[in-house]
Design a protein around this ligand. Sequence first.
Ligand code: ATP
Ligand code: MG
Length: 371
Amino acid sequence: MAARRPSAALSAALAERHVLVVCGAGGVGKTTTAAALGLEAARLGRRALVCTIDPSRRLATSLGLGQLSQKPRRLPLGRFGVAAEGEMWAMTLDTKGTFDSLVERFAGSEAARRRILGNRFYQQVSAALAGTHEYMAMEKLLELSADARFDLVILDTPPTRHALDFLEAPDRMMSFLDASVLRWFLKPYFVAGRLTLKVATRTGAALLGLVDRYLGLQFLQDLSEFFLAFEAMYDGFKERAARVFGLLREPTSGFVLVASPAQASLDEVLYFHRRLEEKRMPFVALVVNRLHPQPSGPARRRASAAVSPGLAAKLAEVLAEEHLVARAEHRRVGRVEVDIGRRPVPVPELESDVHDLRGLAEVAGALFGSA
Ligand SMILES: Nc1ncnc2c1ncn2[C@@H]1O[C@H](COP(=O)(O)OP(=O)(O)OP(=O)(O)O)[C@@H](O)[C@H]1O
Ligand SMILES: [Mg+2]
């Protein structure tokens, strides 16, 4: 029997699962991988939706996603010469819009809804809050996974410095909204309805004084109003967050981790993998993207046949260096394999950026060994 291909688990997941989340640190190739997986899933006959986050403009354009494509759009794969039995859909996540619709759902009354959506603090900060993007991506996932048009939803995740930020987002979001410190000293202040600095302790008063001095009372009032209005929605948010965690734990869901071959990136992904196990969330595969290929025989021959001896020596030096880099990467990836007990799926560094279906097909080809 032929050795199991490294991508076997990934292929099986594309064929069977319902939700795949693509995670990794900033810039490692999450969006590219998510889109390539969507393409392969369509080839396997599935109706796959890729929910991208901040795709590069060129990729977005070639996927037919304008700036405002927050609704799933079906890609005319046939027109691009891609034979697929299934369907590939793509959309871009709109964090602010998702947040707004959550508020609409949970605000309770029309007045509360208007109060929050019109709140200056909300308008300015809702998109910038730590964890908001990640949290809204999860929120969207809940909605999309129930959409009958798709039998597979592939969720790209936001560019975070640390991959783990995605998993921690609901907790952080909740603890921010629940921030007892903030509530504790803002609420009495607001409830009093006057711009007084009447708070329980001296520390509180001192803090308030500082906030007032640097941020202004209007800001403070907006902030406390925001928290007050949010209070009613807190349970709704919490319940949704619990459901997202439930969904991510389902055996029909799965995580695809992406890393670069740099040691720091591999270390981080190992840590992420451990956290997935701790949280009992299903790991599917690790993709190591942008590996340096071993210099090929022809490249070596070209180097030795180069015109001048000086140039030949230079070329040989470059090739030797590439060879060393490739070998070091190979060793590092081998160690990761031992740690996670699964062969990582390698994707080489391509000649150019991946910004269209042809590039995605090339990545899919590297992932799955198809043409
Ligand atoms: N194997 C590859 N070969 C060449 N270029 C690649 C490869 N994989 C990704 N790229 C390019 O690297 C850049 C970053 O990739 P991508 O946008 O997929 O990363 P990301 O992890 O989604 O980044 P962010 O964290 O900012 O969202 C893109 O320009 C993409 O075209
Ligand atoms: Mg991205």
